[in-house]
Design a binder for this molecule. Structure first.
Ligand SMILES: Cc1cc2nc3c(=O)[nH]c(=O)nc-3n(C[C@H](O)[C@H](O)[C@H](O)COP(=O)(O)OP(=O)(O)OC[C@H]3O[C@@H](n4cnc5c(N)ncnc54)[C@H](O)[C@@H]3O)c2cc1C
Length: 241
């Protein structure tokens, strides 16, 4: 058994082509917007893409004409590292505006199960001793099955190996730590950060979405600066779902 912690890495963000935007704005007579950005706001592509989309809807390229923004064009990708299958079952319930790739446990040997224990669990000696014993028994069973099925024998056909490893993963606990690439647009992010940091949400997903909230507030403060955070719950000033 290997002790792990859920982590998030922001691995992809929007990048604008300002030459193409300038060409478009010149075509439709909106160059003054880009000139205003050029005075200091060209470093936040996420915000600029949302603003560009909003202004395009109404041709509102002049100051103060229309302050709306459009949030679905702007997507970010997160590598969710050492998160459990409990968490992955929950995150896939959020469908619009997302894309997901998840590690296949067909190709991972489960004889050293990565597992996150919250601090309160780690402080409970008997719980830890019993939990560790259960995980070790599962690991021993994985080793036995690998040997029993001859998974490392030379010449075992790949489809046969996949067939057996697929069976073996059924004996992984839901808490086994795994990995996802999760992409979401800003509208979805705003909704999920609120829903999944709610006090009623599950402990691990609350922790994870708190981290995502922190990352996004630093990344795009104009798009995530309206939240108040109390006891880990992120509550936005504005909602649009
Ligand atoms: C604290 C918490 C506890 C939960 N507990 C449980 C539980 O015990 N059991 C359980 O089964 N689930 C549970 N869930 C999951 C929950 O039921 C939803 O499946 C999940 O939150 C995704 O729904 P969403 O409204 O957030 O929609 P998302 O998929 O995130 O979509 C966002 C919004 O888009 C719109 N939308 C999405 N899909 C459609 C559609 N098909 N048609 C029309 N509009 C759509 C809706 O306005 C929706 O609110 C829980 C969720 C939370 C946050």
């Amino acid at each position: 058994m290997r002790n792990v912690h859920p982590e998030v890495f922001l691995v992809a963000r929007p990048q604008l082509d300002y030459d193409a935007i300038a060409a478009y704005l010149s075509e439709i007579g909106g160059s003054s917007w880009l000139e205003r950005l050029d005075k200091g706001d060209l470093d936040n592509d996420a915000l600029n893409l949302a603003e560009f989309a909003g202004r395009l809807c109404y041709r509102s390229w002049e100051p103060g004409l229309n302050p709306r923004s459009v949030l679905e064009h702007v997507s970010f990708s997160f590598a969710l590292h050492n998160v459990s299958r409990v968490l992955s079952h929950e995150i896939v319930r959020h469908r619009p505006g997302t894309a997901i790739s998840q590690e296949s446990l067909r190709f991972v040997r489960l004889n050293d199960i990565p597992f996150w224990f919250p601090d309160w669990a780690r402080a409970d000696a008997e719980l830890m001793q019993r939990a560790t014993a259960v995980l070790e028994q599962l690991e021993q069973f994985q080793l036995w099955m690998a040997d029993h099925f001859g998974l490392d024998a030379e010449g075992l056909p790949f489809h046969e190996k996949k067939h057996k490893t697929s069976f073996m993963r059924r004996f992984a606990p839901d808490g086994v730590a795994t990995g996802l690439l999760w992409s979401a647009n800003i509208r979805t992010l705003r909704h999920t950060i609120e829903a999944r940091t709610d006090p009623g949400a599950e402990e691990e997903i609350r922790l994870l979405f708190g981290k995502i909230g922190e990352l996004m507030r630093a990344e795009a403060p104009a798009l995530f600066g309206d939240y108040t955070v109390q006891d880990g719950a992120w509550v936005p000033r504005w909602r649009k779902v």
